[in-house]
Design a protein around this ligand. Sequence first.
Ligand code: GDP
Ligand code: MG
Length: 695
Amino acid sequence: MAGGIRRNVFKNKTTSFNPVGEEISSPENHKTTVQDLSLISVSTDERNAVPVGSAPIVSSYNDRIRPLLDAIDRLRHLNIMQEGIQLPTIVVVGDQSSGKSSVLESLAGISLPRGQGICTRVPLIMRLENQLNPQPEIYLEFDGRVVPTDEENISHAITAATDEIAGHGKGISNTPLTLIVKKNGVPDLTMVDLPGITRVPVHGQPEDIYEQISKIIMEFIAPEESVILNVLSASVDFTTCESIRMSQKVDKNGERTLAVVTKADKAPEGLLEKVTADDVNIGLGYVCVRNRIGDEAYDEARAKEAELFETHPLLSNISKGMVGIPVLAQKLVQIQASIIVKCLPDIIRKINDKLSTNMDEINKLPKSLASLAEAMTAFMHVLGCAKESLRKIIIRGEFDEYPDVQEMHCTARLAEMLNQYSELLKSNSKENDLKFSFLLDEIRVLQEAKAIGLPNFLPRSAFLTQLQKKVKMISYTPFEFVDKVWNYIENIVVRNLMHHSDNYPQLLSSIRRSAQNLVAKKKKLSIDWVNDVVEMEKLTDYTSNPEYVATWSKLMSHQEKLMEIVRDHSKPSEMHIDGLGEVDVAHLRSNVDIVQEAFDLKMRMTAYWKIVLMRMVDCMALHLLFSLQNLVNKDMETEVINELIGPQGNALQRMLYESPAVAEKRSRLKNSIKLLNDSKDVVGNLMDRISGDYD
Ligand code: GDP
Ligand code: MG
């Protein structure tokens, strides 16, 4: 055995003293409180009184921390981190060969793989557990397996396990390997050793080794719950350390960073100044150590370390609270206890939150259906929900189900489309370049509609010809509009039906088809209707709206002025007509006889066209609302039922088979709920032991 911690340190373990000298009772009858934990402190004087070589690394305060650590270790073991719940962790980082593994070895009194290049290729979770039994118990856990080993073979066992996880060669992996060391005299600590940071890949390492390692390190040190144990070699300038650069990225002021300075024996010059100056912002302080060199036994190494810091002319000036592995162990134990206490309430909250979301989700999953009757009930439920939801968004304009999805706010989108439609009708029927061709078109039509008869009757055929011409100009606009509206509605209906039936993936394709058929039918009806509307407008001119006569009279009030200008060639030939704008009438002076009639024709058309456009928009609005209402209230049900459970459909039979996706989701949720419940028990038991107020 390499380590030489032979004395049973727990002979007096049931009694210890807090700083005021009051007796602290044994863990068996004492409930640890937060206040108690803050009493855990390092007293180097006490330690120095113990003969070198037989001192335990940490005193019996361990017993109070043990339950906390056990609980966290159990949570880690349960793999609660896979639920996204971070656990308080001491993470060891450092540049390559800074001495990370050596520090862990010193703390554990065991040998870890050491050597040139990277030996630590996977995160190594090292769990140290003090025990009374002088016979150490050491095993590895990975990949769901437990592999027992012993002090002589530990290095070999770790290397073999690493090869299994990360492959032979020099590759790395973020799958952790757990090493449990139960041994008399070790501090109760759980730490994670990470691959050392290296800028330049050595032979056989992947090109992006730096990126790979940084990613793993970041993953471990980024969570607020991690304490960063930054291992720095005394022989380097701390400000140039990669590990410092990385930990500063996630912990700028070093509030959760503790520095261990190794190789104090190799570079004692200026060490005191370096740790006092604190150029790199280490919030939790520095501890300088001297690790085992060569084949020294562990107790021998501790004795040499104590002697070094006691007698070395430079190193002996460093405060005793900042040197030696025992001090480091004490500090770590204390820090570990306080982060656990600090994180526990949050962990409990997160477990509860996760549990309730998962319960909600599992309750929303479809029950497995046993009979056709059950399937029918479930189907009607889906249909009912979809119908109600469509009624809300399409008809009532309530969009609480989709507050942030603008597309699903149908009433508003439809109103917008209708406005656009109205604008389009207006712009599509506008005659352009009226100024110099004013009334020419009307004159032409009147000349062709001439008949043998009295002159002062406006021929109706002339009016109808003009009307048909205008209707033709806009006839494609309502078709385009209904096309656009129904495409939009199809998307909404499909999306909504899919959303409500996503628990039955086996039905999705038929449901989509039925929604498409349904909308196609509605669209066809709309197109037929538009056809009729356009034909009706072309066929005849009628309105009972008094607005027509009112507008016409207003427009006709310009007639007198127009005739004056047409007749009197000395007057300027331009004039303004309300609603039509500026016109030039010079070209009409050669055609005086027919101008009056042409003007009348144009003004009738202008007044009437306003009515036509309004009618087209109004009727369209009513038609749409009527069709949508029917779609939601009647047609959808008929169509979907016909398609899915009508003579051709076998949806109910299909519903009896649970889809693999749902089965998978159910089992995933079940596992997760079990894990969370187990975790809750672990934490619950702990809280029973700790009588503290963790609100
Ligand atoms: P890692 O790559 O960070 O895990 O570093 P190792 O623990 O493998 O140490 C790298 C080298 O530094 C090894 O040869 C160690 O023996 C040596 N070393 C570590 N700590 C000390 C120390 O405190 N003093 C001396 N002299 N050498 C040390
Ligand atoms: Mg190492």
